[in-house]
Design a binder for this molecule. Sequence first.
Ligand code: B4P
Length: 188
Amino acid sequence: MARLIFLGPPGAGKGTQAKLLAELLQVPHISTGDILRSAITAKTPLGEKAKSYMDAGDLVPDSLILDMIRDRLNQSDAHKGWILDGFPRNVSQASFLDELLQELNQTCDYAINLEVPDEVLMSRLLERAQKEGRADDNEDTIRRRLEVYRSETAPVIGFYRDHSVLTVINGDQPVQSVTEYLKQLVCS
Ligand code: B4P
């Protein structure tokens, strides 16, 4: 049983590590970014509402995100554990999750914050732009996402430090080195 949250700025490796660890631990990888991108591709009402915020590098409003997370954590595959990637992204989302987990009689084992310098984040995301063509991976939008991260998401780190589940990891290392560190942390 494992319940983990991945924190960190855009490009820190949250999605990359969350996917690898979810396979190892056999728990669902729940990425709010992936859910939103699928909704945009499928042109659902959620996707239509979320698109302009994501394209601008802003957070999608909590009113669209919170029900989505409640539904996902209530699905049967999430009863045995989960890895949350990209959620919570502000303190009000973190408080919501705290209450939801109490309702579900669950606790979070680790909130993992991946630290990476801004210039490395920028170059990783520009490189991904060339490979995957994601609409929000252009220089102006990346700068906006980093600003939003600092003002809205970074305070979430303190929230989990106060709850004594925070682990800080240097994400400016090869993918495999970060994965090894994480394996030792969660499997020890
Ligand atoms: P996300 O999908 O969460 O995207 P992200 O922050 O850019 O990180 P991602 O996980 O994709 O990338 P990673 O660091 O793994 O969010 C996108 C948007 O969705 C947000 O801006 C927002 O609008 C919206 N959204 C999502 N969740 C929300 C929420 N809860 N509330 C409101 N809005 C929300 O990797 C980046 C690149 O680096 C990859 O190409 C990877 O290959 C590379 N990389 C990773 N680790 C590396 C390493 N160690 N060395 C070298 N390269 C590495």
